[in-house]
Design a binder for this molecule. Structure first.
Ligand code: GLU
Length: 285
């Protein structure tokens, strides 16, 4: 599925755990516009690793909404749920380098942490399981205790030394700037969630590389997480795309639109008589 090196390749990568809203429409329009400005293409990727929340009907609705907005994309569409073996290989590669460790902490234990917060406001992991003896790790793994695997971020940073990535903007055609990454502010992030060979960060870097993505356009809410992605790209020997962070579409209370806050879906707007032009106008593109 990799593209020719010379051709810019962008992507829109929604998670099918609800209906698309105006925030997604903006992000999709932004990626397709940027691809056009660069003379490249935009791919669609379905980020459905969350097997409980992702639903086939939401995948079908994504296709329908995007077609309605006037988009087309090369087939086949990458579905992350079909790529668990590939993520497991990437995870094993990091484990072989001694960079992942099993964490058996419960949600309640994590919530009680007083180490400060990560850029998303979640409590920083205090490192409870980081230095667990090998014997105890094996015993608990064999017993089948619920486990997730975390990246030892300090150890990883010692391996890579100085870490940077390229950012472009506000225009996609601007000259890229080098930015220093600071993944330590996330603490030891979870790379493999309970009962899964992966999590968001691991899948996204593996797939951006597999699809030959040259420019990642994403909302500003994902800007800080890009530090982790730059680190994983170095550790896994993957190319690092150029990043561009776009504005978020906010609701009347100034909050980011979200499926969980019952933001009106594109399908609802369509049913009310909105046209794709109305959507473009509403998001300012
Ligand atoms: N799948 C993510 C979402 O729907 C976005 C992925 C990304 O830009 O890396 O929010």
């Amino acid at each position: 599925m990799s593209q020719k090196l010379s051709q810019p390749v962008l992507r829109f990568a929604p998670s099918p755990n609800g209906r698309l809203h105006l925030g997604h429409a903006y992000s999709a329009l932004y990626s397709w516009n940027a691809a056009r400005q660069l003379g490249g293409i935009a791919l669609l990727r379905i980020e459905d690793i969350d097997l409980e929340r992702s639903k086939p009907e939401f995948v079908a609705a994504i296709f329908q909404d995007l077609h309605w907005l006037g988009f087309s994309w090369p087939e086949p569409v990458m579905l992350q749920s079909e790529r668990m073996d590939i993520y497991a290989d990437a995870g094993n590669h990091l484990r072989d380098q001694g960079l992942l460790y099993p964490c058996f902490c419960s949600r309640t234990e994590l919530a009680a942490s007083s180490e400060g917060n990560d850029p998303d406001g979640a409590p920083l992991y205090p490192g409870t399981c980081r230095h667990m003896q090998r014997g105890e790790q094996i015993e608990r793994l064999e017993r089948g205790d619920p486990v997730q695997f975390r990246l030892d971020v300090e150890k990883a940073m010692d391996r890579v030394g100085m870490l940077t990535f390229s950012v472009v903007g506000p225009l996609i055609t601007d000259r890229p700037q080098i930015r220093h990454a600071w993944p330590e502010r996330w603490g030891d992030v979870v790379l493999q969630r309970k009962g899964m060979p992966t999590g968001y960060h691991l899948s996204v870097v593996v797939d951006d590389a597999e699809q030959g993505i040259t420019h990642v356009t994403r909302g500003r809410d994902m800007e800080a997480a890009t530090d982790i992605h730059a680190l994983l790209q170095m550790l896994l020997g993957l190319p690092s795309p150029i990043y561009n962070f776009h504005k978020l579409i906010l609701n009347d209370d100034g909050k980011k639109l979200a499926k969980t806050r019952n933001s009106e879906g594109l399908a609802d707007l369509r049913a009310k008589g909105w046209t794709p032009e109305d959507v473009r106008r509403a998001v300012g593109l």
